[in-house]
Design a protein. Structure first.
Length: 145
């Protein structure tokens, strides 16, 4: 694909995508730069019981979550809020947030981020969490483009 062409449409079947392991979460990147997306990233995650993803901030991109199954708690505006299946949570850039599954049953959600390069950052952060600050710094300027 060159700068003058458009990416092809992509169908990602159930169970397909880039499978990652991140502690108690099992994220699968469905849409991101790996399929030619520039503006949109989509991850489907299974959250096992317990702490799932630490509180963090994305200075350069927005994120939204949609609960598919179970109940997930999201840190929003300094409070942990319960969200059941069918609930959507929007997190603007610059807002601290996190999520966890307080129940014994697994839960699942979709995470949507913009721009799509955020998915590449997520993949690198999951692969090397000890380098999170360096990874985030490297992508900060790319996310602002």
């Amino acid at each position: 694909m060159d700068d003058h062409s458009h990416p092809l449409s992509v169908l990602v079947p159930p169970g397909a995508g880039r499978h990652l392991r991140a502690g108690r979460t099992r994220p699968t990147v469905k849409i991101g730069p790996h399929v030619g997306s520039r503006l949109l990233g989509l991850v489907e995650s299974e959250l096992r019981a317990g702490p799932s993803f630490p509180v963090h901030v994305h200075d350069e991109y927005e994120e939204a979550f949609y609960v598919l199954e179970g109940e997930i708690e999201y840190l929003v505006d300094g409070m942990w809020l319960k969200a059941g299946a069918g609930t959507t949570v929007f997190v603007p850039a610059g807002q601290p947030h996190g999520f966890r599954n307080p129940h014994q049953q697994p839960a699942r959600h979709l995470a949507l981020a913009s721009p799509a390069v955020a998915m590449t950052m997520v993949e690198e952060a999951v692969a090397a969490p000890e380098n999170l600050a360096a990874i985030y710094s490297r992508y900060a300027s790319r996310l602002a483009e």
